[in-house]
Design a binder for this molecule. Structure first.
Ligand code: G3P
Length: 218
């Protein structure tokens, strides 16, 4: 399972990258706005830190021409840039356009198997179903991941499934059980994945007992 980090915060990206388990980065307009910094400054820093793994950058237009214009501009910034496109009819047309030009796409804001199927048929390189936002409205987000995985495998689509809107470690673990290709995870949740109270308690005990070991070599 690949781990992407879902952030535009360069410190979080650097920290996660230093763990050597990072396979890519996803951003969206909300995450870029949260940094409070100019768009190009943020994006160039991210691409300098992650030059050879997929970095999703989202278009802001909602019409086909605008999405193509913005996506082509973003694609110029690096061969690893993936154009993030909203799941709309205009967006699907843009996906087809970018597929034809050999530019990778990530179709975002997917909330149903029907939307996922359409995006896969349009030739999306990645699709991003949002689990947390479905949970927020009392739908089980992970059921969507299972359905999409079945559809993708039934027809052998090339599209990779990115579990997005991840809110806690169970979203990641259950996605791994289902067999999702990728989870895009906020930094806080990556840190939570490493933690277990019994590990902390166990380590504390080992360190205390270590004090009683005679003639320690270190
Ligand atoms: O990648 C999409 C993700 O950032 C949305 O997360 O927590 O705003 O639903 P959230």
């Amino acid at each position: 399972m690949k781990f992407f980090i879902d952030t535009a915060n360069i410190e979080e990206i650097r920290e996660a990258n230093s763990l050597k388990i990072l396979d890519g980065v996803t951003t969206n307009p909300t995450l870029i706005a949260k940094t409070g910094r100019p768009f190009m400054e943020v994006v160039k820093e991210i691409l300098a830190e992650i030059p050879d793994k997929p970095v999703s950058l989202e278009v802001a237009s909602t019409d086909f021409e605008g999405m193509v214009r913005e996506g082509e501009m973003l694609a110029e910034l690096g061969s690893n840039v993936v154009i993030k496109i909203p799941m709309t009819v205009e967006g699907l047309k843009a996906v087809k356009h970018f597929e034809y030009k050999g530019i990778k796409t990530n179709v975002t804001l997917i909330f149903s198997p029907a939307q996922a199927l359409l995006a896969m048929k349009a030739g999306a390189s990645y699709i991003s179903p949002f689990v947390g936002r479905l949970d927020d409205i009392s739908h089980t987000g992970l059921d969507l991941i299972a359905d999409i995985k079945t559809i993708r495998d039934n027809y052998d689509f090339d599209t990779e499934i990115i579990v997005a809107s991840v809110r806690h470690p169970l979203h990641v673990i259950e996605s791994a059980v289902i067999g999702a290709d990728i989870a895009t995870i906020p930094y806080k949740v990556i840190a939570q994945l490493a933690k277990h109270p019994l590990t902390d308690i166990g380590l504390e005990r080992f360190l205390k007992d270590w004090e009683n070991v005679p003639e320690k070599p270190f």
